[in-house]
Design a protein around this ligand. Structure first.
Ligand code: GLN
Ligand code: ZN
Length: 769
């Protein structure tokens, strides 16, 4: 294009300090309360809007105050930014059209109604945030609705904020969508979307936007072939729009590698890169001398204070290779808590090592000023960072010699059990279970009673002894329920666990909990991940008392229940000062101590859950083998210290395993339960083709829905499973834990499941025909 604006990287108008986006749930989780209040009918749309307006205003102010000269807007969301994009592109599923009010239609797509199924939810790249998966049908006709982004620009500009609207780009939107009703692969619709984006760019220009940020995190993945060529084609087209703001194509969560070179060949003005997950070499190699580069040197996803000296070096090393530079976080601060202020129960050293969103804004601003005016201009900030890092490097809690010596002394024998068939014989003899044994995944309904007892314990109105009595009462009830419905392998029900990771983190050395470190998980749901900061070890048995109590109540075998190392890491903030494989092995050893103690206490079966195995999988194919290697090894370390006759179970969620299927076999568990109710046993075929030969329990019904499956249905799904796996390898179980269900639902469903197992056993014993 000939317009000189397309060639301009005139630094005078290029910003210097920003972030790709910010959290929107509110520092005190105001949005959570407001949205839930709206759903419950306690407040109206106007009141909800007021809360939203306040959150936007406060966060824009905060960024301006921090010294940012460009502020992302339209990163607010009532529920999810991908859903917002679906609305913007006219791609809500047709089944929601019956809801007249746009806000209610939006929430219907997110959460469903009595007669509208919600969109599916899945993880946002390799984070713990879940987005709603847009559905693209053969009849989906895209149409632009820019209301939300234009409104937010208007609000921000009225407030005098240097607003940079943010939208999800067309490549990422389609790559995250799924085809329904036989439609073609969503990315094949890219040319249908481009005119809408061109139109959008025009409207943003009219609204006074000087810049637009178009998020394309898909460019750091291998989710489609030839993403470099696609990026070049799409952004050549968009940068040729007749009227448009300057375009920043923002990548994050990884190294955009050759896709950066592709963007460099287009007429976009700026490219945003993640320099925590990605490398500065890629930026230097990409030919970005004509571009404004937004350098994400401050980690937007983890909570550690930045090494400002190192970050400044990185920035300076980029300067000769780019047109101009801005400093930023590596991604939106959606994934970290609001502020370290208020974490008053942490010791001073610990607190000084942390940077949540607010502290990261200050780091970005300091780096940006130091880049322009020299380090001395920001001496205070740099000195403080250096001092904190020095105490972190030498803190004894991060270098516990007992833990280190133990790791150094490991040998392959520590993660290798006897061959599976030998174990099988020992276990069959010890357990004496029927064919098609029935069991559950671990948790039973978390009743109001349980929650009350936990909060009473927390605020001191119930003492430890009283709490233990209440939990034992729950366990006794759950054991009785399981005996009544006739299950073969029982569990204690996990009443004492608020959360399957937090429960262990609280009892392990090397972790701490935050008071207010909430991050959005999905919609109005927030989690407070524990922080793994030091060397990890187990102080004392963590579950043995509960499990042996449960076992004392029944003659049937009770399964001990643990969370595996990969899942513990996945759902925590993890130290960044040593290789993650070492951290995983430390956690593996702590869990190993527990498996050994459970066995010693006479527990015949131990389940080590790894529902997060799939979600930590790296975004780039080339990184996957290394991940799976440490993931599998840490699990085997956790389970490798026990005798042949003790049966190890594992549980995995999500039925689309793809790349991890080989790793599942590598875990070498004796029994693997897998979510499969919704994928109609496809997972079994996948396991078979990967040569998986151990026992397996594909979930025979979906616990995520309150619907109670009939015995006929479950029998049918068992027959299907028996078509793929011989009876002597098949277990019968629901597809996940039961904690979100009600006791009456669970009782009825499990009765049907047991009845179905009995029918299937009869059929197996006496094949028809
Ligand atoms: N044992 C856990 C439970 O039943 C497993 C939960 C999970 O898969 N996320 O709740
Ligand atoms: Zn599960």
């Amino acid at each position: 294009m000939s317009d000189d604006r397309a060639h301009s990287t005139d630094t005078a108008r290029a910003f210097t300090a920003t972030v790709p986006g910010v959290a929107r749930i509110g520092a005190g989780r105001e949005l959570k309360r407001a949205v839930e209040g709206y759903w419950a009918g306690r407040i109206d749309a106007h009141a909800l809007d007021q809360v939203a307006t306040g959150i936007k205003r406060d966060s824009w102010n905060q960024l301006v105050q921090a010294g940012f000269d460009a502020v992302p807007v339209n990163t607010f969301s009532y529920y999810d930014q991908v859903l917002d994009t679906a609305v913007m592109l006219g791609a809500l599923p047709p089944r929601t059209a019956s809801v007249a009010d746009p806000l209610d239609r939006y929430f219907a797509a997110a959460r469903g109604t009595a007669d509208i199924a919600p969109l599916e939810m899945t993880k946002w790249f390799d984070t713990n945030y879940h987005y709603l998966v847009p559905e693209i049908g053969p009849d989906t006709v895209f149409a632009l609705d820019a209301t939300k982004v234009l409104d937010e620009i208007g609000q921000a500009r009225a407030q005098g904020v240097p607003a940079r609207p943010v939208v999800i780009g067309p490549i990422t939107f389609l790559a995250l969508s799924k085809a329904v009703d036989g439609a073609a692969e969503p990315l094949s619709r890219i040319d249908d979307l481009l005119p809408l984006y061109v139109d959008l760019l025009g409207r943003l220009t009219q609204a006074g936007a000087e810049w637009v940020q178009i998020d394309e995190p898909t460019l750091v993945t291998d989710q489609a072939s030839d993403l470099a060529a696609l990026a070049e084609r799409v952004y050549t087209a968009l940068s040729a729009a007749p009227a448009r703001p300057r375009i920043l194509v923002q990548t994050y969560f990884g190294d955009a590698a050759d896709r950066l070179g592709a963007l460099a060949r287009t007429d976009v003005e700026a490219v945003g890169v993640d320099l925590v997950a990605g490398s500065a070499d890629s930026v230097r190699a990409a030919g970005l001398t004509g571009k404004h580069v937004v350098a994400g040197v401050v980690d937007g996803r983890n909570i550690w204070r930045t090494d400002l000296d190192r970050a400044l070096e990185t920035l300076r090393s980029l300067a000769p290779h780019v047109g101009s530079l801005a400093v930023s976080t590596s991604c939106s601060t959606l994934h970290v808590p609001y502020t370290v202020r208020g974490e008053s129960e942490l010791d001073a050293a610990l607190a000084s090592w942390l940077a949540f969103a607010e502290e990261k804004f200050a780091e970005v601003a300091a780096l940006s000023r130091a880049l322009i005016h020299g380090r001395d201009d920001q001496a205070g900030q740099f000195d403080a960072a250096r001092a904190a890092l020095a105490t972190r490097a030498t803190d004894p809690r991060l270098h516990v010699s007992a833990v280190r010596d133990r790791l150094a002394g490991l040998s392959p024998a520590d993660w290798t059990r006897t061959p599976a068939d030998v174990r099988r014989q020992a276990q069959d003899a010890a357990l004496n279970l029927p064919v098609l044994p029935t069991t559950t995944i671990g948790s039973y309904p978390q009743t109001v009673e349980i929650r009350k007892a936990r909060s009473a314990l927390r605020n001191g109105t119930l003492d430890a002894e009283g709490y233990r009595c209440r939990m034992e009462r729950e366990i006794a009830e759950v054991i009785a329920l399981q005996e009544k419905v006739g299950l073969d392998v029982l569990v204690h029900g996990e009443p004492e666990r608020n959360d399957m990771v937090q429960y262990f983190a609280e009892q392990l050395d090397g972790f701490f909990a935050t008071a207010n470190g909430w991050v959005q998980s999905y919609g109005s749901r927030c989690v407070r991940p524990p922080v793994l900061f030091g060397d990890v070890s187990r102080r004392a048995p963590m579950t043995v008392g509960w499990i042996t109590y449960a076992q004392s109540l029944t003659n049937r075998p009770v399964k001990g229940m643990l969370t595996g190392p990969v899942t513990i890491l996945a759902w925590s903030f993890v130290r960044d000062d040593q290789p993650i494989a070492d951290t995983a092995n430390q956690v593996g050893l702590a869990i190993r101590d527990e498996t050994v103690d459970l066995e010693r206490a006479g527990v015949p079966i131990i389940q080590v859950d790894e529902p997060a195995l799939r979600e930590l999988l790296p975004l780039r194919d080339t990184d996957r083998a290394a991940y799976l290697d440490w993931a599998v090894r840490s699990f085997r370390l956790a389970t490798g210290g026990i005798a042949d006759q003790t049966q190890i179970h594992t549980h995995l969620c999500y039925s689309e395993f793809g790349e991890v299927i080989g790793a599942i076999a590598g875990l070498d568990a004796d029994v693997t339960s897998i979510e499969a109710a919704r994928s109609h046993m496809e997972v079994l075929d996948d396991l078979n083709s990967a040569g998986f030969a151990a026992q397996v329990g594909p979930g025979v019904y979906d616990i995520h829905s309150p619907r109670i499956p009939s015995a006929d249905e479950i029998t049918e799904s068992l027959r299907e499973a028996l078509g793929a796996v011989p009876a002597d390898r098949l277990w019968v179980n629901p597809d996940c834990g039961l904690k979100t269900r009600r006791t009456d639902e669970v009782t009825a469903a499990l009765k049907h499941m047991v009845a179905a197992a009995h029918r299937a056993r009869a059929e197996v014993a006496q094949p028809v025909g």
